[in-house]
Design a binder for this molecule. Structure first.
Ligand code: PLP
Length: 449
């Protein structure tokens, strides 16, 4: 298989983008795929390789934003889905596929007594927040500054706050992402700093009786892919339990870290967990799982249904089949092998940074890494926030990587798939070192500026 030999030629992709611009805002349906001068357009993928319509093949470290845990078109999933496609793709009836997948998932984590499937991580987080409100009868939610949890009004508050509007660290402001976000939504979100348990609890205590839940991602990608410190997690868990506030984990990305998700690594049982991405085996998915008591708010058989919940495509048999097979294949030995490969990737990147002698660093856990254009890993959102020049360095780095056969997420993040081996990690390390050597003068200009 030939890897990208030279710069991407401005061929069919440029033409397609001109057509796309006429029919979609910005020429796309998801901002994630945009890049200048135009997006790359995928033709086909196989395992950990992705070929664009110009015929250029790259190693795929983006894996559709961490959703393809087994890479592209794994044969076991393709076969099962093909069979299901012939039987039908969705019915106004329940399916056995849903029951089998629910049974598998409930066996993976002790905190999963019951589960419900939806179609995206956004919907899973939204459902977790609504379930928390229904259970507690309270409106407010607390979330970590800078953490990404999808597009629900409340969940996205302060996801992009900036020095000009983020307020003091002792009282972070609730900053909207979308123009027109109702002020009432902002008022109902309490923003806490990451990995600062005492400060977070002091803030929470000002709202105890109004809070439905505290929402946390244990490895927030937008805060630099740095792990939550055990003390931060255990203190928040204890505080929520003592104050009858629910503890909700967003494991949309982190469920890959361990057989029972990153909650297993921390040995904690949240009240609710939102999931998505890789549990769909490549298809649109979200899930909400939790204790019998809390999940009972969704029970349509109850005398009073506290949280009526439905969705046309929820638990469709294509996603349920693909998801179950993906998760069955992702057993403990697959997880151990992938996490070891992640460790190898982070070590190789750190070596490459040292060899190229640039002020960069690498973070991550399990099967994920993120490369930063700064010498030290950030420890919270305010430190992770881009300093002047970092974005330009990142773009130069990403362009070099793309031109040399490596596809990363736009934040310089990589999410491994089980289709990868040491060979792909070796290639990654070579390209990272060469990219840093190439852009080293740009780092030097930054430090002189
Ligand atoms: C941690 C986290 N939560 C929620 C979401 C939203 O998931 P989706 O894009 O499927 O709506 C994402 C997506 O990137 C995410 O990373």
């Amino acid at each position: 298989m030939m890897l990208a030999p030279k710069k991407t030629p401005p061929g069919r992709s440029a033409e397609l983008y001109q057509r796309a611009l006429k029919v979609m805002p910005g020429g796309c349906s998801r901002n994630t795929v945009l890049r200048k001068p135009h997006p790359l357009y995928a033709a086909h993928g196989e395992g950990c390789y992705l070929t664009d319509i110009e015929g250029i093949t790259r190693i795929d470290f983006a894996n559709n934003m961490a959703s393809l845990i087994h890479g592209h078109a794994p044969p076991e999933i393709v076969d099962a889905i093909t069979e299901q496609l012939r039987l039908g793709t969705g019915f106004t009836m329940a399916t056995e596929a849903e029951v089998r997948f629910a049974e598998h998932m409930c066996n993976r984590a002790p905190s999963f007594d019951k589960i419900r499937f939806v179609n995206s991580g956004t919907e899973a987080v939204m459902s977790a927040l609504k379930a928390s409100r229904a259970f507690t009868g309270r409106a407010k939610i607390a979330k970590v500054e800078g953490a990404y949890h999808g597009l629900y009004d409340y969940a996205e508050v302060s996801q992009t706050s900036a020095p000009s509007n983020w307020g003091t660290i002792d009282s972070p402001s609730s900053v909207p992402v979308a123009y027109g976000t109702p002020a009432s939504a902002l008022d109902d979100v309490v923003v806490i700093p990451f990995n600062d348990a005492d400060r977070a609890i002091t803030i929470l205590e000002q709202h105890t009786d109004e809070l439905a839940c505290v929402l946390v991602d244990l490895l927030p990608h937008r805060i630099g892919l740095i792990p939550a410190e055990p003390e931060f997690v255990s203190k928040l868990r204890e505080w929520t339990r003592n104050n009858n506030v629910l503890f909700v984990l967003d494991e949309v990305i982190t469920f890959r870290c361990n057989y029972g998700g990153e909650q297993a690594s921390h040995n904690i049982a949240p009240d609710l967990t939102a999931m998505g991405k890789m549990i769909g085996g490549g298809f649109p998915v979200g899930a909400l799982a939790g204790s019998d008591a809390v999940m009972s708010v969704l029970d349509p058989l109850a005398e009073t249904v506290l949280f009526p919940h439905s969705g046309t495509f929820s638990a469709n048999p294509i996603t349920m089949t693909a998801g179950r097979i993906a998760m069955e294949l992702y057993d403990q030995s697959a997880i151990d092998r992938l996490n070891a490969l992640g460790e190898q990737a982070r070590a190789a990147i750190a070596d490459a940074i040292r060899a190229a002698d640039v002020p960069a660093c690498v973070t991550g856990t399990a099967s994920m890494f993120r490369i930063h254009m700064k010498p030290n890993p950030p420890s919270n959102y305010r430190e992770a926030y881009d300093k002047a020049g970092e974005d330009a360095l990142r773009r130069e780095f990403l362009d070099y990587a793309l031109d040399n056969g490596i596809l990363l997420v736009g934040t310089c993040t990589g999410m491994l798939s089980t289709a990868m081996t040491g060979k792909e990690i070796g290639r990654l390390a070579d390209v990272v070192e060469a990219a840093f050597r190439k852009i080293r003068p740009a780092f030097e200009r930054q430090s002189l500026a």
